[in-house]
Write a protein that binds this ligand. Structure first.
Ligand code: TRP
Length: 347
């Protein structure tokens, strides 16, 4: 029997604007988990600087992403919302975990290879050890559940490997500390957000919706206003066929599949139901309905983000300050114990 109570931890980087992919892929899960779990949601500003960030932009992005969290429905009364750099325990634990993780493990991380590109020698050391900081984010709270996208699965497995190795390396100290089952760091469970919520580019149904796509028409940003949302849906790529009446008919039609998936996710309905209603009809009819739905769901979020950015920045800052204090209150005793186990505490 595990002696850990369920605790959710997840994070997003404060870079670029959040878009529909972040909302449907991550945020809706985060919001739902608030009702059933103790949740900690982090703005991972220390991860952001693994690639260069202009300080002015970074400051703005931290506020923007936090405002987006709040506008989407993360509730500081239910969850802890904070930015990583304000809780020094993340950095401290990351160092210890750097000494537990092996070069060989990190060398296998595919995201580093992608992000470093051809010139690995020019990548920051921080980018290489990004996954050990992520492990520290999670293990530093003894988090048990981590909702992440498919692309973070390998990092989560690494966090589990690090937890197990720490428990083994320090087994004697852990036993001496009276931790009966020998588990100081629990192995966090990934909550991979399924393919149903994989949101693709509006210009190319085979590519993920991404903040780095040069075409702004490819994504619905959470700060887009109603006219922009409607225009982007109108211009979204489609094929000449009418929508199928059955789900199987979406095979090989990535744009049709993406748009019906988006409709279903925004409406909280099944794809079958959406096709039952719009299948067989013209794409334009469906697109109008999708535009109306997307405007109804997203435009209020965008308006609320802008309101906070312009008129209520103090509220955003207060949420982060409170959240940091609450996060610290959880992480500090875990770090105190970690220091003891490692041998840093003399008496
Ligand atoms: N690496 C994650 C991403 O890019 C963000 C992240 C940082 C995270 N620390 C985390 C996610 C801890 C979950 C848990 O999506």
């Amino acid at each position: 029997m595990s002696h850990f109570s369920p605790r959710v931890f997840s994070g997003m980087q404060p870079t670029g604007n959040l878009h529909l992919g972040n909302y449907l892929g991550a945020m809706l899960n985060w919001i739902a988990m608030q009702e059933t779990h103790e949740c900690i949601y982090c703005v991972v500003d220390m991860h952001a600087i693994t690639v260069w960030q202009d300080p002015k932009e970074l400051r703005r992005a931290i506020v923007d992403v936090t405002a987006a969290y709040l506008a989407c429905g993360l509730d500081p009364k239910k969850s802890i919302i904070f930015n990583q750099s304000q809780v020094a325990e993340h950095a401290e634990l990351a160092w210890i975990l750097n000494c537990v993780a092996r070069m060989g493990w990190l060398n296998r991380m595919t995201q580093f290879k992608e992000k470093a590109g051809k010139d690995k020698e020019a990548a920051s050391v921080g980018l290489f050890v990004y996954p050990t900081l992520m492990a520290a984010d999670i293990l530093g709270y003894h988090a048990t559940h981590v909702p992440v996208g498919e692309d973070q699965k390998q990092h989560l497995e690494l966090a589990r490997d690090i937890a197990v190795k720490f428990n083994n390396d320090y087994a004697e100290a852990i036993a001496a500390a009276g931790i009966n089952d020998g588990v100081f760091f629990p192995s966090p469970e990934p909550f991979i957000t399924g393919p149903a919520t994989r949101v693709m580019s509006l210009r190319d149904g085979t590519k993920k919706m991404s903040k780095s796509d040069p075409s702004d028409l490819s994504r619905l940003n959470l700060i887009d206003d109603a006219d922009t949302i409607a225009k982007k849906i109108r211009k979204a790529k489609t094929d000449p066929e009418p929508l199928p009446t059955e789900k199987a008919g979406l095979k090989g039609r990535p744009e049709a599949e993406n748009l019906t998936g988006i409709y279903a996710a925004l409406a909280g309905e099944s794809v079958e139901k959406v096709l039952g209603q719009y299948g067989g009809g013209q794409f334009s009819v469906f697109k109008n309905a999708l535009a109306d739905l997307a405007v109804a769901k997203l435009a209020p979020i965008g308006a609320e983000i802008k309101r906070m950015q312009h008129d209520d920045r103090a509220h955003v800052e207060k949420v982060l300050a409170d959240g940091s204090a609450r996060a610290r209150a959880i992480a500090a005793p875990i770090l105190r114990k970690t220091r003891e186990l490692v041998g840093f505490v003399l008496s």
